[in-house]
Write a protein that binds this ligand. Structure first.
Ligand SMILES: *Cc1c(COP(=O)(O)O)cnc(C)c1O
Length: 396
């Protein structure tokens, strides 16, 4: 394919040039095991320490509160399962939301089978949790609140500071899956009373398979991977030095460029949203109109099957995604779109476009022009659309 327009940055991002440069020496030159005591390994150890400081700085954490993992899914599993185990004597109740990533939802479902009780908070039509509902869900045996910072499908930002405040006032730990937010929007673990935070390198132009779990000092947390004494004996396994170094560099760059990048992405996103809503009829924007990730636009087009749209976009070299349905290969509509109250038939016609630093206005205009054509074409073949048009356009 001669040209790819990559608008699936919520799924993964391209490793940036400076991140790659930073990683390369750790494959063949400075390849020592950072746990070793000889001088040769010293460079690797120093690089890991530097990366830990970079990862911490982005969220106002202390260096020693950062633990390196193999990505967002591991961090979510670790935070939730280890908290459940460590605090079981206090209680076995966990609060989360209905729109979490499966790394959180399936972990909570697993814990339910182990005798824990989980409250899955509803969200409103924009995808926001209600602080009142959160407040009333807290019980004396609640040990953990896990609510994501930003939703990966619809981009909505959750009120982290207010959730943290409530958690703190009630003596409940607060974990946030910040995989979509880390490096994209400002987060401060102290201001927001965050006790644990998950992030993943490949969502911020860093490498895949490298993530962090921030754990506030004083939080009792059990080891999740048992073995050697790495990561203060809490997460065993020889450190993924190139991945860690790449994560650190990506975090540093994300911090430096956040303001400008976010301003630019927001401008492109607004152009995209405005054009799509104005030029393609029977379309809705999913997620909060303004309180959303700078790079996320999510739509539902009536009378359209998301998959067919993706296939036609793919023929033009446009990479996009349709909810999370395709992950299972099944036709289940996304749990997030159902949670914001969309009926199945509308949720099926979803399209998520997530931009990057590299996206241009030209890309956006090209995609909207083509999308208009694709949707007209698909609707022309849809019996439901034909029916709808016969009945009159005034009711849609
Ligand atoms: C991508 C993602 C994850 C999983 O991260 P991996 O590093 O791919 O395991 C978890 N939560 C959210 C919100 C994500 O977007």
């Amino acid at each position: 394919m001669d040209r790819v327009i990559y608008l699936d940055n919520a799924a993964t991002t391209r490793v940036s040039e400076p991140v790659l440069e930073e990683m390369l020496p750790f494959f063949r030159q400075t390849y020592g095991n950072p746990s070793a005591i000889y001088t040769f390994a010293g460079e690797a150890k120093k690089a890991v320490d530097r990366a830990r400081a970079q990862a911490a700085e982005l969220i106002g954490a202390k260096t020693e509160e950062i633990y390196f993992t193999a990505g967002g899914s591991e961090s979510d599993n670790w935070a939730i399962k280890a908290t459940a185990e460590a605090y079981a004597a206090k209680g076995k109740h966990i609060i989360t939301s209905k729109i979490e990533h499966h790394a959180v939802l399936h972990t909570c479902e697993y814990l339910e089978k182990q005798g824990y009780e989980v409250t899955y908070l509803d969200v409103d039509g924009d995808g926001k949790i209600s602080l009142e509902k959160l407040q009333s869900a807290i019980r004396p045996d609640t040990i953990l609140i896990s609510v994501m910072a930003a939703n990966n499908e619809i981009g909505t930002l959750e009120p982290l500071a207010q959730i943290g405040k409530l958690a703190h006032e009630n003596g409940v730990l607060f974990h946030t899956d910040a995989v979509q937010a880390y490096g994209h929007i400002p987060i401060d673990v102290d201001d927001m009373n965050i006790d644990m935070l998950s992030a993943s390198g490949h969502k911020l132009n860093g490498p895949k398979g490298a993530g962090i779990l921030y754990i506030r000092r004083g939080v009792k947390i059990r080891s999740y991977i048992h073995g050697g004494a790495q990561e203060r004996s809490r997460r065993a396994g020889t450190l993924n030095v190139p991945g860690i170094v790449g994560f650190g560099k990506a975090a540093q760059l994300a911090g430096e460029t956040m303001e400008e990048r976010s301003r630019r992405e927001t401008e492109l996103r607004e152009h995209l949203i405005e054009r799509v809503l104005a030029e393609i009829p029977h379309t809705r924007l999913n997620g909060h109109r303004t309180d959303r990730l700078p790079n996320n636009a999510s739509f539902c087009f009536r009378f359209i099957e998301g998959e067919s749209m993706l296939i036609l976009l793919d023929r033009l070299g446009i990479c996009a995604s349709s909810g999370s349905a395709c992950t299972s290969g099944a036709l289940d509509p996304s749990h997030v779109l159902l949670a914001i109250g969309l009926p199945h038939e509308i949720a099926h016609g979803s399209l998520r476009l997530t931009l990057s630093e590299e996206t241009t206005m030209q890309d956006i205009d090209f995609v909207v022009d083509e999308l208009k054509r694709i949707i007209e074409r698909l609707r022309a073949m849809s019996p439901l659309y034909e029916d709808f048009m016969k009945k009159g356009k005034n009711n849609g």
